[in-house]
Design a protein around this ligand. Structure first.
Ligand SMILES: Cc1cc2nc3c(=O)[nH]c(=O)nc-3n(C[C@H](O)[C@H](O)[C@H](O)COP(=O)(O)O)c2cc1C
Length: 277
């Protein structure tokens, strides 16, 4: 069975996990195709155009505001209905709340005839805190997290080699407490974007090098002639801010880390990497 691994990874952690899956499949002597779903790659539908069926699609997203990334969900929605195979959705999350991300990916993939065999949520450094004195969940995923990913690959490989592979029970992805579900239901990327605003460059510092345009995973940034953000495309990943050599985008990492620490303290979800099957 052909394995396809696709990921949307603004800050690189979801890609690191994809590469680990790829390497572990190779150790099992299995071929896989690895694919970047940001604007620097091509959409999921093109990647899967000539797909060998049946297949296993490993699909990775970071958790943003308790959900899977909206551009990734749009790419799942654009898939044809007649695919044949299985999926393994996985998310990386910054130790605050993994929200509904796995559940919504699992349901959307099932609708495209790619029901999940298994799923995983992997704790990762919170990508909004890169410039804080101590980034939140720094060092994650750690070696123990990566060993769990190897276990997930082993489970999936054995499962598809078996007589009749069984999709997992999607209800297992409904793991949040009632209180945490109520909290997650109030959150969305568009609300967060309205509250925090999209990045604005200080033109007195900007040298129009275009690094922010290159770094943007959604194609939201352009030079006109100063950096300008297409609000509807921006996912506030702050890759433009992070990659600016002139620190032209104001950002207070310490303050962001404080806010994230209090959100993490308020969330009753166990801050662990977990596999579901
Ligand atoms: C705008 C934004 C929102 C985020 N929301 C959440 C969240 O709701 N819960 C959480 O635990 N982590 C959250 N994170 C952290 C990311 O899920 C985590 O750092 C992830 O590993 C990033 O993946 P990447 O490195 O592939 O971009 C958020 C990060 C950003 C930038």
């Amino acid at each position: 069975m052909q394995h396809y691994i696709a990921y949307f990874s603004p800050a690189g952690t979801t890609r690191t996990v994809a590469e680990r899956i790829y390497m572990t499949l190779q150790k099992h002597h299995l071929e896989a195709k690895l694919h970047d779903l940001t604007v620097h790659g091509s959409p999921l539908a093109s990647f899967l155009q000539n797909l060998a069926s049946p297949c296993v699609l490993w699909l990775g997203s970071p958790v943003y505001c308790d959900h899977a990334l909206p551009p990734l969900m749009e790419q799942i929605a654009a898939l044809p209905e007649n695919l044949q195979g299985y999926s393994v959705p996985y998310v990386t999350w910054g130790g605050v709340c993994s929200g509904f991300a796995l559940q919504e990916m699992g349901e959307a993939l099932s609708q495209k005839c790619l029901p999940p065999l298994a799923a995983a949520k992997i704790v990762a450094e919170h990508s909004s805190t890169w410039d804080a004195p101590k980034p939140w969940e720094a060092g994650r995923p750690n070696p123990e997290d990566l060993i769990l990913i190897d276990k997930l690959v082993q489970y999936v490989v054995q499962s598809v080699q078996g007589e009749a592979s069984q999709p997992m029970d999607l209800r297992k992805l409904n793991y949040l407490s009632t209180a945490q579900q109520a909290d997650a239901a109030l959150k969305s990327l568009s609300k967060a974007k309205t509250a925090m605003g999209t990045p604005k460059a200080d033109v007195a510092r900007c040298i129009q090098c275009g690094d922010c345009v290159q770094a943007c995973p959604t194609g939201a940034m352009s030079l006109q002639p100063w950096p300008a953000v297409a609000e509807e495309l921006c996912i506030v990943c702050h890759q433009c801010v992070r990659n600016c050599p002139e620190t032209a985008f104001p950002h207070n990492g310490a303050l962001v880390a404080e806010r994230i620490a209090s959100m993490a303290a308020a969330s009753d979800e166990d801050k662990v990497t977990a596999l579901f099957y």
